[in-house]
Design a protein around this ligand. Structure first.
Ligand code: NCD
Length: 304
């Protein structure tokens, strides 16, 4: 039984499969049949870092299930700005709301929150560490595109050093058989050792080369806010730019995913190609977050 959702490490494969199945069930269910399931439930969204998709899709998911949302989207708008400790903020909100979605720039904060919260904590991203709900929606999207996860050949490009979406995704992919991962990044943004454990990997700095033969490209933004030195960011900010011309001749089944937001790493002309799956991916985020809330809060689904 799921009590918090902090890291992919905490999710056994069966739990991942069960969440994927539940999201598919949500997708197949008419919306009017779900809109009272979590009536009266209150979600708190505590976002100490910017977000569009994650926060709004959590809120949309809760609204579709009949619940309500309270929260803040800027640390300066909460009493932490007055010097309140993080633990006290969490303890208090856990007495108001039934579930808390949290995003914070510091690694490990979601785990710390879970230690003091009497209500489920859902990690919406903690620093460069983990982003488990993004990973679940990424897996859902991959399975929808390809009908399977096993055996996929996945190119992952961009900021492999600081992207929490990549760190989370690799942990999840390692649970499935036969997956090959092509790690594409400049040297300074290479994946840290040990994070692709259990996966067959290849590394390259060339996007054009890394793409060939892959089933899917998972593109990421260079995570400017995590660079200790702004000059280092300037050196790599435009390192990759995928455009429609680079995708000429790719098989019809090829797909481009991106957790979004994009800056300049995917040219707008890619949006018009049949390969672009990133806005569908964002849409799937609502379904997956509905599934997560049902699993955490609805007795009928808790052990499903
Ligand atoms: C990602 C994040 O916040 O880690 N965005 C998201 O949640 N969809 C990726 C990013 O910010 O680059």
């Amino acid at each position: 039984m799921l009590s918090h959702l902090i890291s992919i490490d905490d999710l056994p494969k069966e739990e991942i499969l069960s969440l994927l199945a539940l999201a598919a069930r949500v997708e197949a269910t008419p919306r009017r049949d779900l809109f009272r399931r979590l009536e009266g439930v209150i979600l708190a969204t505590l976002f100490f870092e910017p977000s569009t998709r994650t926060r709004l899709s959590f809120e949309t998911a809760m609204a579709r299930l009949g619940g309500r949302t309270v929260g803040f989207s800027e640390a300066t708008a909460s009493s932490t700005a007055k010097g309140e400790s993080f633990s006290d903020t969490i303890r208090t909100v856990a007495r108001y709301a039934d579930v808390i979605a949290l995003r914070h720039p510091l690694e490990g904060t979601a785990r710390r929150a879970a230690e003091v919260s009497r209500k489920p904590i859902v990690n919406g991203g903690d620093g460069a560490n983990q982003h488990p709900t993004q990973t679940l929606l990424d897996l859902y999207t991959l399975r929808k595109c390809f009908g399977r996860l096993e055996g996929l050949d996945i190119a992952i490009a961009g900021d492999l050093k600081y992207s929490r979406t990549v760190h989370s995704l690799l942990k999840a992919l390692a649970r499935f058989d036969g997956i090959k991962v092509r790690l594409i990044s400049p040297k300074s943004l290479r994946l840290a050792d040990g994070l692709a454990q259990g996966l067959r990997t290849e590394e390259t700095e060339s996007l054009a080369e890394g793409l060939r033969g892959a089933d899917v490209l998972y593109m990421t933004r260079i995570q400017r806010e995590r660079f200790p030195d702004p000059l280092e960011y300037e050196k790599v900010k435009n390192v990759y730019r995928l455009d429609a011309a680079m995708l000429k001749g790719m098989p019809d089944t090829f797909r481009v995913l991106h957790p979004l937001p994009r800056v300049s790493e995917i040219a707008p002309d890619v949006d018009e190609t049949p390969y672009a799956a990133y806005f569908d991916q964002a849409e799937n985020g609502v379904l997956m977050r509905e599934a997560i809330f049902l699993k955490l809060l609805d007795p009928e689904f808790r052990d499903a």
